[in-house]
Design a binder for this molecule. Sequence first.
Ligand code: MN
Ligand code: MN
Length: 305
Amino acid sequence: MNDLHDRALGAYLGFAIGDALGATVEFMRPREIAAQYGVHRDIVGGGWLKLTRGQVTDDTTMCLALGEALLQGGSQALGGLLQGDDCLVRNIGNAYVRWFKAKPVDCGNTCRRGILRFLRDGSLQGDFNPGDGGNGALMRNLPAVLATLGNDRAFEKLSIAQARLTHHHPLSDAATVGLGRLLGSLLDGLEHSACQHWVAQWVTENPTFRFTPYRGYATAYVVDTVQTVLHYLTLHVDFEAALIATVNQGDDADTTGALVGMLAGARCGAARLPQRWLRRLQPNIVQAIKFQTSGLLALSPNHPN
Ligand code: MN
Ligand code: MN
């Protein structure tokens, strides 16, 4: 396994680990988590969704739906997107519909509204909606990053298109593109101090997402989500420390956990992910993630093969 493949797999598996770990304490306040768990640090299932141990939620399964559509289309569909062909975006919409019809364990309100709109009239985005500033488009963008590594124009076009199927809001767009570029840089080998630098520069250019002093909000509002993710990612170099601190902040803990798991997992690579967490994930999810990671990287222009 080469370095890029190890980091990409670290990102995808780290994402699923963060989802499974955080889901137990989703919508809890930090004080409630402390009272119930002390420090929440084990993948045990439960939570408001009554998950089995190791089960992931919509965050991971929506990523897999996007990844599936990208793999089906292949590099031809990606090329078409750059020529203005919306066939790939339509296929992504259809993948979200299939995902929705399979009765996922959870589905955010904005995602549901967008998927139902696409199903009703086939439109690839709704009008700008001030209520679309949730983190649902941001959370599922990982496969778009893997499939377009090394081609920033394709990355931005694909990211915005997949996002707009359900979320039409400039802060959702900015967060999706911003964290996607950060993931791309980490997959290129950005280390902790360079990552801190990158993030400091990015929030200078995107001051809405400034996170110092950290306000301690970890809601599904995309600004709160990004602030929490960047705060803990830059505070801790260690994957486990970053993830535990993130999910114990509670609220949208599966999504903040998934995104920190993705970025910190890219930084450390799959080989260094904690085994005690990796072993808890459902085997079919691990298998799908491994399959997609190889396939999506093969679509990207800077793939070594
Ligand atoms: Mn979720
Ligand atoms: Mn969530």
